[in-house]
Design a protein around this ligand. Structure first.
Ligand SMILES: [Zn+2]
Length: 321
């Protein structure tokens, strides 16, 4: 059996579909995990369900006195206020004073932050950024987010909204409208949805044969495009080449803000690995100011895929311990 390293924390990943929670030791081993569907009738019901399940999980593990805190990663959560400000993919009206609600029920210090910041702390505590003081985590999923650690500190900004790098605009996306109401945001290219937009465009303008042409449009996913690229499909590979090149250009600009040691890709889209990393590195080299060229490492998340979000959340209490 894997040795365990106290103290322990509770990680909670509040997702649009499921809420996943786990007891995690100080080096990132998950002792036990569970989940329940997020869509409860009210946020109070969600908090009651979580409190009940977490309490019995702690009791069953006989760790009543060894839990130092709860970390919650949630969409649009503000680390300064501990509230969810305006999440469009959660079933309840915002703002939600999540930290206060959970702390009142479980009587444990509770830290709330958005998914991207949780990912950054998780990478620093247990993942690819172990030992680093300057790095940027880009979360590539339904949207694009970022967690920025500079000089050992997670950047929050005046109101907790620092690091919305998915909504920095670039000429390569100039013709793509974003959900935020503007055009040209990085996430219109580098999210799962962005990858589908690029795929549909290439399927339209190119005559290249592709296995993707056999998939009905409403069944097409970024994961299927990735699988096709891995099997050598030229058009699918071109989609990832393009996406990686755009990410490299974006990274060249982001490097100028914080002089990072590494840029880490996190989330479902990052599972493409080298399909994204190789064109990204090439394009970074072509576009970055000479000061940063060959000085930044490009890495894929070091947190175990399906557990990455809950591990990120579990790492939060350590920031304050
Ligand atoms: Zn945007």
């Amino acid at each position: 059996m894997t040795p365990l390293y106290p103290p322990f924390t509770i990680g909670v990943d509040l997702g649009g579909t499921n809420t996943v929670f786990a007891i995690v030791d100080s080096v990132g081993h998950i002792l036990v995990r569970d989940s329940f569907p997020t869509a409860t009738a009210t946020i109070e019901e969600w908090a009651d369900t979580l409190a009940l399940k977490v309490t019995s999980m702690i009791k069953n593990a006989q760790l009543e006195d060894q839990i130092i805190g709860i970390g919650i990663g949630a969409p649009c959560a503000n680390a300064i206020t501990g509230s969810i400000e305006a999440a469009t993919d959660l079933p309840w009206p915002s703002p939600i004073p999540l930290g206060t609600m959970v702390q009142a029920r479980l009587k444990l210090p509770t830290t709330v932050t958005n998914d991207a910041n949780a990912a950054a702390i998780g990478e620093m505590m247990y993942g690819a950024a172990a030992g680093m003081k300057n790095f940027i985590v880009l979360t590539l999923g339904t949207g694009v987010g970022a967690g920025i650690v500079c000089d050992g500190h997670l950047l929050s900004g005046t109101r907790g909204f620092a690091g919305e790098l998915g909504h920095v605009t670039f000429p390569f996306a100039a013709d793509r409208p974003c959900g935020c109401g503007r055009t040209g945001c990085l996430q219109t290219v580098a999210s799962a949805k962005g990858i589908l937009t690029t795929t549909r465009h290439l399927l339209n303008v190119s005559s290249e044969p592709s296995t993707l042409r056999n998939i009905p449009d409403d069944r097409l996913t970024a994961k299927l495009v990735c699988e096709a690229a891995r099997q050598g499909d030229k058009l699918a590979k071109e989609v990832y080449d393009y996406t990686g090149h755009c990410l490299g250009k974006a990274a060249a600009e982001f490097a100028a803000f914080t002089d990072p040691e590494a840029i880490i890709l996190f989330g479902g889209v990052a599972n493409a690995g080298d399909l994204l990393l190789i064109p990204m590195m090439e394009s970074f080299r072509e576009n970055a100011l000479h000061l940063y060229r060959d000085r930044v490492r490009f890495l894929i998340s070091g947190l175990n895929g399906a557990d990455a979000a809950v591990l990120g959340a579990a790492s939060l209490p350590h920031l304050h311990s």
